[in-house]
Design a protein around this ligand. Structure first.
Ligand SMILES: *Cc1c(COP(=O)(O)O)cnc(C)c1O
Length: 356
């Protein structure tokens, strides 16, 4: 499908110094936009980043029929512009679309749209170490009607946000609160879809966790509050001996692309990886007995977030003296090394896009 390019250069200065901006607060001057009507995607265009109009009665505003993705592009020191495993995001987006009764996006139009937008935005991609262009594709139902049903009109759009290092103060472990009251998703629910509604469900627990001095929430399963699932925006890994343990994809957990990359990289480093159910009790006992020595979260925005401490039912469980452990560091170094072109990409994760 032909994608039009139609924008005027916008001389906004945001971001002046990306590193000083909070994640996701500045955007480039362009966006990709396409509309679904009469049963097909129409008029895809790369145009100026600008507001669009929807009716106050638009379905998405009332019943949350929305999905999104999060991915990144990088500018290497040799000038190459690359994306990290974008085909995985496209496939996951379409799985989310199916779960939320939305039309899938033609994979070729999606990839072309990503590449064209990133290419047009190439001067906005910061090239400093640990910087990137965060890419946010999303789809919303825009039919103006209040009946509870899936729409037949949708907007699909992609916006780009130049991003500084996720941890401006360094790669330091965070404290995480294990929720033993709220749940993020339930068996048979939409936990597996990347949809805004799952995030709305986490806000209350997140604000309570922050008030207690923790930076994130670790969710347990929504049926028994017994099995570890994931952190609100990240999958979770535990290190026990020379082995990684991560919850299996149960249906309630998001199938993280970083999670998959961690598993592949860890196996390549000679580590064993177990994907299985793990109870919070096993985790707490493992930390107390010294068997579990490290824990980290994985997600596109931060890549790897070391976890130094878990708070559960009024007790704190500290790992590795709240310092980043050696295995966490090693895996971070491998994945970011490939993303920034410093390590050979033997897994085929990098897609170069400036080879016109
Ligand atoms: C996006 C997301 C992740 C991380 O997925 P990546 O593909 O690694 O970025 C984990 N959990 C949830 C709930 C998410 O929305």
């Amino acid at each position: 499908m032909e994608i039009k390019i139609s924008y005027k250069k916008d001389n906004r200065t945001c971001p002046v110094t990306v590193g000083e901006k909070r994640f996701g607060t500045c955007f480039t001057d362009k966006m990709f936009f396409a509309e679904y009507k009469d049963g097909k995607w129409q008029d895809p265009v790369v145009k100026n980043f600008e507001p669009f109009t929807i009716w106050p009665s638009a379905l998405v505003l009332h019943y949350a029929q929305e999905i999104f993705e999060g991915q990144k592009a990088y500018k290497w020191s040799d000038g190459s512009i690359v994306m990290f495993r974008p085909e995985m995001n496209i496939k996951r987006f379409n799985r989310s679309a199916e779960r939320m009764c939305m039309p899938t996006v033609d994979e070729e139009m999606f990839m072309k749209g990503l590449e064209m937008l990133v290419w047009e935005d190439r001067d906005w991609i910061p090239s400093e170490d640990a910087h990137s262009l965060y890419i946010r594709p999303a789809m919303i139902a825009v039919d103006p009607l209040l009946g509870v049903r899936s729409g037949s009109n949708y907007y699909f759009f992609i916006v780009d946000s130049p991003a500084g290092p996720y941890f401006p103060e360094g790669f330091n472990p965070v404290k995480i609160w294990v929720s033993d009251t709220y749940v993020r998703t339930i068996r048979g629910g939409i936990g597996e879809a990347k949809t805004g509604a799952n995030y709305a469900a986490t806000l209350k627990a997140m604000s309570e966790a922050r008030a207690k001095g923790y930076s994130q929430v670790l969710w347990l399963d929504g049926v028994e509050l017994k099995y570890v699932e994931e952190i609100s925006t990240m999958n979770i890994f535990f290190v026990e001996g020379g082995k990684l343990i991560t919850p299996n994809l149960s249906g309630g957990i998001l199938d993280g692309i970083t999670r998959d990359s961690v598993i592949t990289a860890a196996k390549d480093l000679g580590l064993k990886v177990e994907e299985r159910r793990i109870t919070i009790e096993e985790v707490c006992n493992g930390i107390n007995s010294g068997k579990i020595t490290e824990c980290f979260g994985s997600g596109t925005a931060c890549v790897i977030s070391p976890v130094g401490q878990l708070g559960y039912k009024g007790k704190d469980y500290v790992m590795n003296g709240s310092k980043t452990g050696p295995i966490t560091q090693k895996i971070y170094d491998v994945i970011t090394g490939i993303q920034y072109g410093k390590i050979k990409d033997k897994f085929g994760w990098i897609r170069k896009i400036n080879t016109k």
